[in-house]
Design a binder for this molecule. Structure first.
Ligand code: FE2
Length: 352
């Protein structure tokens, strides 16, 4: 990039840096092509110099845009493949027909994992896949994706990533045998209904345990993904290290996607509220190391995001405090609000 005086600008040049007004709001963003109206604006507002892209910047930007377009296409294709295979399996389990060969999912799931692992922006990737689809199906694929990313951040090998991701995909498949009325009930469940819902982990395990194509470690994750280290989970009330590793990975991914996803009857919570919930849960039952790795990697992507605070004001996340990942420093107009010390406010919504 290079800084250039307004007099030297040519129409069609592109800004290589955002331009802010006195209140700190972006008035022209990076990548904007200079038009006549912009020159007038600069003159009227006393802007004498701007940064513009040079040829190398333009080539690398175009390459980046092409790469992103390709990635998006690959991601949508792989997501669609995995979703479709999962639905086939789900309906087989609903109809108590257990002949599914899990290897049919492997190619699509590996493609999805490869696309995801090419960068770290898992939530960005998940945001661009907007599907008008049953939550229980999208939740399965989302948890498969999140589980894969957690494994990457834990520096685990490719085969382990695949196994954890498959565990994420299949973790709730037993819900196929829970009544639809219960699955989509908007009110709080009665105690007896909750007991029925809790049966889904056992239903999933029982349905697949004799299928020779499902690895044993994946079966264990299906059965134990609701176990918690304080013994409060189900179906067995396992404690701490007794819970299999994939089940612990899937548990973190499951909780995050479940509380941030919009359902028919309820809007999901903001990612920052979800960070708080996962952090709290890690003191009670979610694996604290896995939770920490997940939160510290995922929170970093929210720098520069616009957010709405609980008092209605909007601002921009400028710094994530590693000791308080859920309470970043936010710039509102010209003021900085440090949520790690100001507990009167919280982030209500991530806008962009
Ligand atoms: Fe579950």
């Amino acid at each position: 990039m290079r800084e250039i005086a307004i007099e030297g600008l040519t129409l069609g040049m592109c800004l290589s840096k955002d331009i802010y007004n006195d209140l700190g709001n972006i008035i022209l963003s990076q990548g904007t092509e200079i038009a006549e109206k912009h020159l007038d604006y600069f003159r009227k507002h006393g802007i004498y110099f701007v940064y513009i892209e040079e040829i190398d910047d333009i080539i690398s930007r175009d390459r980046y845009k092409n790469a992103m377009a390709h990635k998006l296409k690959d991601l949508n294709h792989a997501y669609g493949e995995v979703l479709s295979q999962f639905k086939t399996l789900y309906f087989e389990i609903e109809n108590k027909n257990y002949t599914f060969d899990i290897n049919a999912v492997k190619e699509g799931l590996m493609e999805l994992i490869d696309t995801l692992l090419s960068d770290n922006d898992i939530l960005g990737s998940m945001r661009v896949i907007a599907l008008d689809e049953n939550y229980h199906f999208t939740h399965a694929v989302n948890v498969a994706m999140l589980s894969a990313m957690i494994c990457k951040w834990l520096n685990l090998d490719k085969e382990t990533i695949y196994m954890a991701s498959l565990s994420g995909l299949l973790h709730d498949v037993g819900k196929a045998q829970v009544s639809q009325t219960l699955l989509f009930k908007s009110d709080d469940l009665e105690a007896e209904e909750f007991e029925q819902l809790k049966m889904h982990s056992r239903f999933g395990y029982e349905s697949l345990k004799n299928n020779p194509t499902i690895p044993k470690a994946v079966l264990a994750a299906i059965l134990f993904h609701h176990e918690r280290s304080d013994g409060s989970g189900y179906p067995s009330g396992l404690k701490e290290e007794q819970t299999p590793y994939f089940a612990r990975i899937v548990a973190v991914a499951d909780v995050f996607d479940a509380i941030t996803s919009d359902k028919i009857y309820k809007k999901g919570v903001s990612s920052f509220k979800a960070f708080t919930i996962i952090k709290d849960e890690s003191f009670r039952g979610l694996d604290p190391n896995i939770s920490e790795v997940f939160l510290s990697n995922i929170a970093a992507f929210f720098v520069n995001n616009r957010v709405r605070l609980s008092d209605g004001r909007e601002g921009e996340v400028v710094y994530i405090n590693k000791y308080a990942l859920n309470r970043p420093l936010v710039k509102v107009s010209n003021a900085f609000i440090d949520l790690s010390t100001d507990y009167s406010l919280e982030i209500e919504e991530v806008i962009s």
